[in-house]
Design a protein around this ligand. Structure first.
Ligand code: NDP
Length: 330
């Protein structure tokens, strides 16, 4: 069966040459393991970080070894009391057609409750990231004006809609194309949005949020972060979720030049990693599950077919080719 391995580490933007798609043997499940035929897998911005040989909250991918990441598939052989053949499971061994997964690393999911891709997006890791980041990290309160960057992506699209549903005074977003700006305002219900490629972010942010912002959900970093600091009102809060504008930089990028405003405006900025917030999963599911089912919270997916095309899906996502969650159908 096919798997995708890291061929070499990128410097700057990754390319197709950094990946190898190879035939690998499928191993029978050992004691406590299941063999899963993957049906759909996620490509995430964080995978770019794991391509570097750098210490972080997860170990780097190893050259010559398969990449990994969220995937959903069907159990085709089981050596576990917990799972039977035919069950659908979520696990972390994507980037391969067949995965041998330890039972403690798999979670049963229901294909009747939601389409499989939802478990990798709105009801999965990105959805939980939006929920935890907005409510626990940024301490969102009714009446806040919220700015979210990466607004048309997997996390950002959920952040903006949750803020609206919970009584935000105003929700504004940024994204990288006119079509995405239309999408978040007309289809997701953002009050306003702008294309960050059109003009400096600080100018455009001021025009969509003339009275300032109370919360900035940062998916992007760089000039977006500096602009948000400039627009935050007194006691404003930033959830530092990601900095996708810097992930392909070959040199460290300069920081915001207006950090003194943290003092004058009594701002707070807090970083977080969703894997530390598993205890919120239950409540997240209870709240967001019904919103999705009742179409009160909308989500979209961009899908690419075939494991051989997974590297292109990943590279395309880094360039903004996705609307909502980027996924690969296997
Ligand atoms: P998205 O679905 O938002 O996809 C990535 C998007 O990044 C692209 O669609 C593109 O959209 C945008 N982008 C690429 N380059 C730039 C740039 N230079 N400036 C601005 N935007 C850019 O990904 P996710 O929703 O999965 O992730 C969003 C962020 O959240 C990332 O920073 C990610 O690392 C972070 N994250 C953090 C987690 C945590 O635990 N802290 C967990 C999950 C995600 P566009 O067309 O608009 O440019």
């Amino acid at each position: 069966a096919l798997e995708v391995r890291l061929a070499s580490r990128p410097r700057g933007w990754p390319t197709r040459e950094n990946f190898d798609v190879v035939e690998a043997p499928v191993s029978e499940p050992g004691e406590g393991q299941v063999l899963v035929r993957n049906k759909i897998m996620s490509v995430d911005p964080a995978m770019r970080g794991r391509m570097n040989d750098a210490k972080s909250y997860v170990p780097p991918f190893e050259i010559g070894k398969p990449l990994s990441g969220g995937a959903v598939g069907e159990v085709v052989a089981s050596n576990s009391q917990q799972f039977s053949v035919g069950q659908t499971v979520l696990h972390q061994l994507g980037w391969r057609e067949y995965a041998t997964v330890g039972e403690s690393h798999a979670v049963a999911v229901s294909p009747e409750t939601a389409p499989l891709g939802a478990y990798l997006g709105v009801l999965g890791m990105p959805g939980l990231t939006a929920y935890v980041g907005l409510f626990d990290i940024a301490n969102f309160r009714e009446g806040d004006t919220v700015f979210v960057s990466g607004a048309a992506g997997a996390v950002g699209s959920v952040v903006g809609q949750l803020a609206k549903l919970h009584g935000a005074a105003r929700v504004v977003g940024s994204a990288g194309s006119a079509e995405k700006v239309r999408y978040v305002t007309e289809e997701l219900g953002f009050d306003a949005a702008f294309n960050y490629k059109d003009a400096p972010v600080h100018q455009q942010l001021k025009s969509v949020a003339p009275d300032g912002i109370d919360v900035y959900f940062d998916n992007v970093g760089g000039d977006h972060l500096e602009a948000a600091i400039g627009s935050l009102n007194d006691f404003g809060r930033i959830a530092a979720c990601g900095a996708v504008s810097t992930y392909n930089a070959s040199e460290p990028q300069p920081g915001p030049r207006n950090m003194f405003q943290f003092v004058t405006k009594r701002l707070t900025m807090r970083g977080f990693i969703v894997i530390d917030h598993g205890e919120r999963r239950h409540q997240f599911f209870e709240e967001v599950g019904p919103l999705v089912r009742e179409n009160k919270l909308r989500y979209d997916e961009t899908t690419v077919d075939g494991l051989r095309n997974a590297p292109d899906a990943f590279l395309g996502m880094l360039q903004g080719e996705n609307k909502g969650k980027m996924l690969v159908n296997l």
